[in-house]
Design a protein around this ligand. Structure first.
Ligand SMILES: Cc1cc2nc3c(=O)[nH]c(=O)nc-3n(C[C@H](O)[C@H](O)[C@H](O)COP(=O)(O)OP(=O)(O)OC[C@H]3O[C@@H](n4cnc5c(N)ncnc54)[C@H](O)[C@@H]3O)c2cc1C
Length: 452
């Protein structure tokens, strides 16, 4: 028998990032649809998003795809103008063998860039531009209560006993019982270890450290980018790809690697001739700049649910290397639908919540991983890189397929599975084989006759 949430239940949400705010919003909204006005949702987060710098920020590049902007509007979140840093006009893909431009469509919902906290350190703006704060306000507008507090402990939940969480406000410790706990604490937290320690089978996602920095490159430079996101896959050791994301005054530079990245990797990257060429002439990294080394998940968590406990957002699963905010939206929605519609026991959570997460995200990521492995290989083999670039620049049907696949991979706008099946198009494969063989022969000829 499913164990149902009581109408006057109290829910604790640990974390006020996208997963926590979306869950609180959906749970309260669904309760009202069922004519339940007594449900209480308390969100705990020690961060104050309206401050600047990494301490107040959820450490992300801040790109929001057009279809997700549309979803935000549909749930009633019209982002204040000052939150939107840039509208993205397209992507430019740079390799050591050439570049490929992928212009955006004229979609009425543009791709936008935002800051999760209130902008980087050493930033001159006034007011509040935090995306996460806007989301939290949405949850509050539905009736959620937000507490600036650090959760430091929780008891193993059980159906016959309300779990208690321990939290800290300034130096004072509090304890409180809840009917349900939603773990929306992301990856950069000790909470993962605490949940593993409850010994019900939860295992954290496998993670790597990305490196991210805010570069003050000057207004003229940002203006010349014309709202384009520049992605570099240069085959630099350890770095799978890097993206320059234009904001109002800064460019966010995100490095994603096949190992944990650090400051040395940033310096190596900035020394690459293509990057020196791309940056303003004579630009040097300043003595002080805003940077962070956030964890990024490369696999899903195991068993992100138990009786009276549901883990959502990054701490559960997200789309491989893409659109984590949208993934948080989905896991939050599935969790709210399950706890309000089906039950809060482990069987109901597995049957409805976890199955939906697997269908939407976890299975699709297997296809995503194949694409990213292929991308790394392509970036390392010059004649295959050139074959892809030549095909991507053409104007025929096959070139359009190649561009659509690349666009889908960069933006995360389409499911990896759909892109994978599209990439099996026989004409596309034949063309790639043809151009690869052509460039391989050219390279061999150059090597034999000119010695290079
Ligand atoms: C380098 C990088 C770039 C990215 N770029 C993008 C992008 O461009 N677009 C995109 O959509 N996604 C991007 N992502 C992914 C995105 O940041 C995450 O998927 C998203 O933030 C997950 O939301 P969440 O709510 O699960 O976790 P988080 O956003 O991490 O929020 C967790 C919250 O929990 C709070 N918390 C943690 N522990 C406690 C505790 N003990 N007590 C109280 N509060 C606690 C934290 O303070 C935090 O506010 C990027 C990720 C990385 C690493």
């Amino acid at each position: 028998m499913p164990y149902l949430l009581k109408p006057d239940a109290k829910i604790a949400v640990i974390g006020a990032g996208p997963a926590g705010s979306f869950f609180s919003y959906f749970a309260l909204k669904k309760a009202k649809e069922k004519k339940i006005n007594t449900l209480r949702v308390k969100i705990f987060d020690y961060k104050k998003f309206a401050q600047s710098g990494p301490k107040a920020c959820n450490l992300c590049a801040g790109v929001i795809q057009s279809n997700f902007s549309q979803k935000l509007l549909e749930i009633g979140l019209e982002l204040p103008q000052e939150v939107i840093q840039r509208k993205v006009s397209g992507y430019i893909f740079h390799t050591s063998r050439g570049d490929l431009e992928l212009p955006g469509s004229s979609n009425i919902y543009p791709i936008i860039t935002v800051y999760r906290g209130n902008g980087p350190l050493f930033f001159s703006h006034m007011g509040n531009i935090s995306f996460d704060d806007a989301l939290l306000n949405l949850a509050k507008s539905e009736g959620a209560e937000a507490l600036q507090a650090l959760v430091i402990g929780l008891e193993k939940p059980a159906l016959d006993k309300l779990p208690r969480i321990t939290y800290k406000i300034k130096e004072k410790i509090f304890e409180e019982e809840f009917d349900l706990i939603a773990g929306a604490f992301g990856l950069n937290t000790k909470m993962l270890g605490k949940i593993e320690g409850l010994n019900f089978g939860f295992r954290s996602p496998k993670m790597r450290r990305a490196f991210q920095t805010e570069l003050h490159l000057g207004k003229e430079f940002i203006k010349n980018l014309k709202g384009e996101i520049h992605i570099f896959a240069l085959g630099i050791k350890g770095i799978s790809f890097a993206a320059f994301i234009p904001k109002e005054e800064h460019c966010t530079l995100t490095l994603i690697g096949n190992k944990d990245l650090n400051l040395n990797d940033l310096q190596n990257f900035l020394r690459h001739p293509k990057i020196i060429d791309f940056l303003p002439k004579g630009w040097k990294i300043p003595e002080y700049f805003c940077s962070c080394q956030p964890w990024i998940a490369v696999s899903p968590a195991l068993k992100p649910f138990f009786d009276r406990l549901v883990i959502i957002g990054d701490a559960n699963c997200n789309r491989y290397y893409k659109n984590g905010i949208e993934s948080a939206y989905y896991t939050a929605l599935f969790a709210a639908e399950t706890v309000l519609g089906f039950g809060i026991d482990r069987v109901s959570l597995e049957k409805y919540f976890y199955t939906a997460c697997k269908k939407e995200l976890i299975i699709d990521n297997y296809f995503g991983k194949v694409f990213f492995i292929l991308n790394s290989l392509i970036a390392k083999v010059p004649f295959i890189t050139r074959a892809h670039l030549t095909l991507g620049k053409g104007n025929n049907k096959v070139s359009k397929i190649e561009r659509r696949i690349l666009w889908g991979i960069f933006t995360g706008a389409e499911k990896y599975r759909d892109l994978f099946f599209e990439s099996l198009n026989p004409l596309l494969i034949l063309n790639l084989l043809f151009y690869s063989a052509l460039y391989l022969l050219k390279d061999l000829k150059n090597f034999i006759f000119k010695g290079k």
